[in-house]
Ligand binder design. Sequence first.
Ligand code: HSE
Length: 366
Amino acid sequence: MLDVAIIGFGVVGSGAYDTVADGRTPLRVKKVLDLAVRPGFEGIMTTDYNEILSDPSIAIVAESIGGLHPAREFVLSALKAGKHVVTANKLLMANCYRELMETAAANGVCIRFTPAAGGGIPWLSTLRRTARGGQIRKIQGILNGTTNFILDKMDQKAADFDDVLAEAQALGYAEKDPSSDIDGLDVRYKIALSCNVATGLTAAPEEIPAFGIRYIRKCDFEWMKAQGLTCKLLGNYRLHEDGAVSLFVQPTLVSSHSLFASVEKNFNLVQLTGDRVGDLAFYGQGAGKDPTGFALVQDMLDLAEATPEVAYVYKEAAVDNSRTFFRYYVRTPDGAVTLTDSISVCAAQDLYKTLPEGTFVAAFAE
Ligand code: HSE
């Protein structure tokens, strides 16, 4: 048996705990850290992180506190104490990627974060493998369960935005502050992480332009339906010949018969194009307690079998969104619809800043 600790006993932490408690893995949860000891868990729960750090039998720490602080400090001290770390925390990983990877390597341990993008889908772990010996040219995906749930319901049931957002929150898909979901910021972290894993290049999330779905309304779906289209929120990565990358998040109008259109509820679908492997697609539940907790346990099991990371050298990505072009659908609050010519993602962002609050913008799929 390999002893592990879970820090943060919320949705993801308890999902991971339940998987290990099923007893089908060689893992044992020795300690769980949270702000208070929960009745029924007195034997393993603690409020003192030092009990975990100072226990040499604990080889892996699963971070599921969420947020940037104190998660960053807890993860750094676990790595420095020679413990492997697994985490579902996209905010932490996307903002502190280089620091955490370098600290892990310096201490001869690993940090894995597969559930940070794609929830239950083994996306980042497979991307990591696929990037070895090849070049990932393109990534495009539905990477947020909450917004897919909203867009699917608005499309299928002609539902109102606010009602379906409340439903997604009740189901535990949404972030504490759902702005991160509906403004595309959550996808921004996930596409930044996908770029990190695909290329080793680091990209600051705030450098990635994001259009969200906050202002999408029933009238937009009526317009799209008449054209045989629907809308999906897509995260995008493109690698250019000179090594620069385009990274952007935008609602995208796709054919109602396309693969992306068939993705229902909180499911995610992410596709990559590799120079040698060609196109690959990955589908599954992108949010929720059991899928995300299960993926966290898969990372623990990989680490139980793995050797420490080879040392990488991290460089900042040259992010350039001026050379990726789309036509855009623009619906202003008065209901008027305009279709633009083919313009760059940068030009679309500049245009959006000049439009009134409440305008909804989506790209036409390439
Ligand atoms: N709020 C996120 C989502 C959770 O809806 O996809 C999983 O990252």
